[in-house]
Design a binder for this molecule. Structure first.
Ligand SMILES: Cc1cc2nc3c(=O)[nH]c(=O)nc-3n(C[C@H](O)[C@H](O)[C@H](O)COP(=O)(O)OP(=O)(O)OC[C@H]3O[C@@H](n4cnc5c(N)ncnc54)[C@H](O)[C@@H]3O)c2cc1C
Length: 400
């Protein structure tokens, strides 16, 4: 019989194991891979953006947002940062984004694993938990390994990026133990459309203001770099809008508006006319070359119905209005998102209302705990998803 078993040795599972072992518990991690923390290694493009200075709750999304302050607050933030300090991680902080100073995700993974080893935490590798039965205790994989545990923490992650081990099986386990699952969709993921010009704009990266509209209503605005691809749109701004699209695209029209000229603060038609006066003797293509990526110019002109050899002086008012609109409010109809394979995280999961948020214990089953992305919380890009994994892992481990 085991004391505490943690199912899943990712960011939240390793943290939970360390905090529980520090309290003197005998802890076992069951991990389906032959190594722990596989996903940590690919975070932040291999640099691991593990925290963000700005812990405003607006960066976290959940069907029960009102509950979040119980998990993420000044006290828990301090505790997580002091945890990383105790692991010897010196952060490099860029615009509030925390990375290990080495800029290597291995620094974080190795620091956690070394601590796990130092605390004599047992790890059982290459075991996929497919069934848990609750009797007096928990019986894990009754027809195979048949591991009995007094208390368990499920930290199996979501369905995002299944090649790292998280394929959504945790939801099935939670369901079998009596929990509901808020529908799960890909998040922090690219957006797709069907426009013929996508092939032509593929490869462009540009700074822009991006606005998501749903059925004509403004939902959210983001500023930063976007990537234009042969299937649609990518980049951090797009990722941050994607969870809303994922959840709602089946029943609503989702449009992304791109402002390719974010520096224009005045009426864009006036700006174009003044710019044309300033540069003189340029046709419309040459005028746009001063500030637009050259691959974008024929697309914007075609969508505006303007011949590229014309001069702005010879355009009709309607043409100038169309051009100004396509520069500042270029609308792309979104038809879907990329899949769980490309997504960094998921929306949905176990509702926070079914969890004691001080301890992360299930309100449905005694001695059952959850932490990390399996819960119905997803964060913006910027370290928020790992922040949530460390924080909930810590709360579960400390309080079990
Ligand atoms: C490409 C990419 C980049 C990212 N970059 C960042 C970033 O820079 N900053 C940030 O904050 N977040 C980032 N994220 C998100 C972040 O990695 C996750 O939110 C976080 O790892 C979730 O932690 P977790 O412990 O809940 O789940 P995971 O880290 O997914 O760990 C789950 C573990 O459980 C194991 N497991 C699953 N099912 C079973 C089972 N049935 N039996 C046994 N073991 C099982 C898995 O093998 C895995 O080891 C990124 C994600 C991706 C995919």
């Amino acid at each position: 019989m085991k004391d505490i078993v943690i199912i899943g040795g990712g960011a939240s599972g390793l943290t939970a194991a360390i905090f529980a072992a520090k309290k003197g518990h005998k802890v076992t991690i069951i991990e389906r891979n032959n190594t722990c923390g596989k996903k940590i290694l690919i975070t932040g493009n291999g640099k691991c953006n593990f925290w963000n200075e700005d812990q405003n709750l607006s960066h976290y999304h959940s069907s029960n947002k009102e509950c979040l302050s119980e998990i993420i607050n000044e006290k828990t933030n301090k505790e997580v940062l002091s945890f990383f300090d105790s692991l010897g991680i010196i952060p490099e902080i860029k615009n509030g984004y925390y990375y290990p100073f080495s800029n290597q995700a291995t620094a974080i993974k190795n620091a956690l694993i070394t601590e796990v080893q130092n605390l004599n935490i047992e790890i059982l590798y290459n075991i996929t938990v497919t069934e848990i039965i609750k009797k007096d205790n928990f019986i894990i994989n009754p027809n195979k390994e048949n591991i009995e545990a007094q208390k368990i923490i499920i930290t199996t992650g979501s369905k995002a990026c299944p090649k790292t081990g998280s394929n959504g099986i945790g939801y099935t386990l939670a369901k079998s133990l009596g929990h509901q699952i808020i529908p799960v969709y890909p998040a922090l993921v690219q957006l797709r459309g069907h426009e013929t010009y996508f092939k032509k704009w593929a490869g462009i990266r540009t700074d822009a203001i991006i606005t998501l509209y749903e059925d004509g209503q403004k939902i959210k605005e983001e500023t930063g770099q976007i990537q234009l691809t042969d299937y649609g749109l990518s980049g951090i701004c797009i990722f941050n809008l994607s969870s809303h699209v994922s959840k709602n695209i089946q029943n609503h029209e989702e449009i992304i508006s791109i402002n390719f000229t974010p520096w224009i603060k005045e009426n864009p038609e006036n700006w174009l006319i003044n710019q044309n006066k300033k540069v003189k003797n340029r046709n419309i293509e040459e005028l746009l070359e001063g500030f637009l990526n050259y691959k974008l110019i024929p697309i914007i002109l075609k969508e505006s119905g303007i011949n590229q050899t014309k001069h702005l002086d010879n355009l009709s008012q309607t043409e100038i209005t169309k051009l100004a609109k396509n520069l500042t409010d270029f609308q792309v109809k979104i038809t879907g998102t990329n899949t769980f394979n490309e997504a960094q995280v998921c929306t949905g999961g176990i509702p926070l209302t079914e969890i004691n948020l001080k301890t992360m214990e299930s309100l449905k089953v005694k001695n059952l705990y959850f932490a990390g992305e399996i819960l119905d919380v997803n964060g913006d890009c910027g370290g928020y998803n790992l922040s949530f994994a460390w924080t909930t892992g810590m709360l579960a481990g400390k309080n079990i």
